[in-house]
Design a protein around this ligand. Structure first.
Ligand code: HEM
Length: 145
């Protein structure tokens, strides 16, 4: 059995873990604003973010590595680059995924360089949730058209 099914399972788990976290961060956690004062909110957010930074970049790394492995089955020197609808949809999916990855690398590198977070990144998870939803739909549509 080639490694494709294993790569697909790893890819699916990483997608569930990463997009699941972003969903909770955007849709669930903000409810704490209703019950906690600002100082406690900040402490809760920092505690969760510290844990998140240990788990989610790794899940995105495995998402990209497993995706890249599967990508080579559809886009390669034999099958070409953008000849079929599947290839074109996959390329769009990867482009959207790379927007997410660049944002993660950007915010982690600012943190590593001890620079203040860019205020624009406060909305980054909203963007990730929208792009992530489109990516998941494209992942299924690529086998329909
Ligand atoms: C945020 C990033 C990403 C998310 C959330 C994501 C999510 C998914 C999901 C949910 C599937 C469907 C899995 C299934 O049907 O069981 C999938 C399939 C796939 N993904 Fe991704 N993906 C991401 C990034 C990537 C990247 C960067 C690549 C390539 C470099 C990639 C390549 C693929 C391929 C080739 C498939 C088709 C697998 C198949 O059904 O045979 N993905 N992705």
């Amino acid at each position: 059995m080639d490694g494709y099914p294993i790569a697909l399972i790893i890819h699916l788990f990483c997608a569930i873990i990463f997009i699941g976290y972003v969903f909770s961060d955007v849709m669930v956690y903000p409810v704490i604003k209703q019950v906690l004062d600002e100082e406690t909110q900040a402490k809760v957010k920092e505690t969760i973010s510290n844990r998140a930074r240990k788990i989610f970049p790794l899940s995105v790394l495995f998402l990209v590595l497993s995706g890249g492995f599967m990508f080579s089955k559809y886009i390669n020197s034999e099958d070409g680059f953008a000849n079929t609808n599947l290839q074109i949809i996959l390329l769009i999916k990867v482009f959207l995924a790379l927007i997410i990855v660049s944002g993660i690398v950007y915010s982690l590198s600012r943190r590593l360089l001890k620079k203040k977070p860019n205020p624009l990144m406060a909305h980054f998870h909203n963007l990730v949730l929208i792009l992530g939803t489109i990516i998941i739909i494209l992942a299924k549509l690529m086998f329909v058209f």
